[in-house]
Design a protein. Structure first.
Length: 246
């Protein structure tokens, strides 16, 4: 009996602690107990429970109704569990919280797991961020599987440039009138013959210029402006534009 009472007290204390982690906002009152249970369960499973708290805070900041906040956090908690199983199946041992969070957010954004499969299996410190980059590209309408290949190549060759992948693709797409898929494929060809994103960008500019010449378009090294309003020759000399990951 004493053990049962102690367990009940500990369980109540844990739930109270989880509740205190949530914002002290009266709008959460109808769902606070449920959110506290989600946080407690996540902590017990060694999941990054702070992601659930952050999502609740985000909902409050955006004026989202409590019922919708509850729905989203429940879905997030489920995706965290699924992400943990997915990661541990590919990388034995304790799953890194940052990677579990990145995979869960990818799932929430509708990214297919095949797009990040090779990334998750890559044991590098930058891997969680690489998954985030694929998610960002998917939300920008780049095909996720092909974007995953590009990000994997950048991760293995030039991981410090992961933040610049999105900006590079956007510039290529706008300056050469490419579709999202064509921009990814063009950069992939450049990466296949390069050891860095910078050199891949230069190679892609040269290749797209040659393709433009064959189509009768202006050469990329000429003075006429590209679709972004900058002369392609200047684009080539200035290097890779900064990325815009969000």
């Amino acid at each position: 009996m004493v053990t049962m009472v102690a367990a009940a007290v500990l369980g109540f204390a844990a739930q109270e602690g989880a509740g205190r982690a949530l914002p002290d906002d009266p709008r959460l009152q109808p769902i606070r107990e449920h959110l506290a249970q989600l946080i407690q369960s996540a902590e017990a499973a060694a999941l990054p429970s702070e992601v659930i708290v952050s999502k609740a805070r985000e909902g409050l900041a955006k004026g989202v109704a409590p019922a919708q906040i509850e729905e989203v956090t429940v879905r997030l908690a489920w995706n965290l569990e699924a992400a943990q199983r997915y990661v541990t199946a590919r990388r034995p041992g304790p799953a890194r919280a940052a990677l579990v969070r990145a995979v869960a957010e990818a799932r929430m954004a509708g990214v297919g797991m095949p797009a990040i499969d090779s990334l998750v299996s890559d044991d590098r410190p930058e891997t969680p961020h690489a998954v985030e980059v694929v998610t960002d590209l998917s939300q920008r309408d780049y095909p996720s599987c092909r974007a995953g290949v590009v990000v994997q190549n950048v991760l293995s060759r030039d991981a410090r440039s992961l933040d610049r992948v999105a900006g590079t693709l956007e510039t290529l797409r706008q300056d050469y009138g490419l579709t999202h898929g064509e921009a990814v494929d063009a950069l992939a060809r450049g990466l296949a013959a390069s050891d860095s994103l910078q050199n891949a960008y230069k190679k892609t500019v040269e290749d797209e210029g040659y393709r433009g010449l064959r189509r009768g378009a202006n050469p990329v090294w000429g003075d006429s402006p590209g679709r972004s309003g900058l002369a392609p020759g200047r684009l080539k000399s200035r290097g890779i534009p900064p990325g815009r990951n969000s």
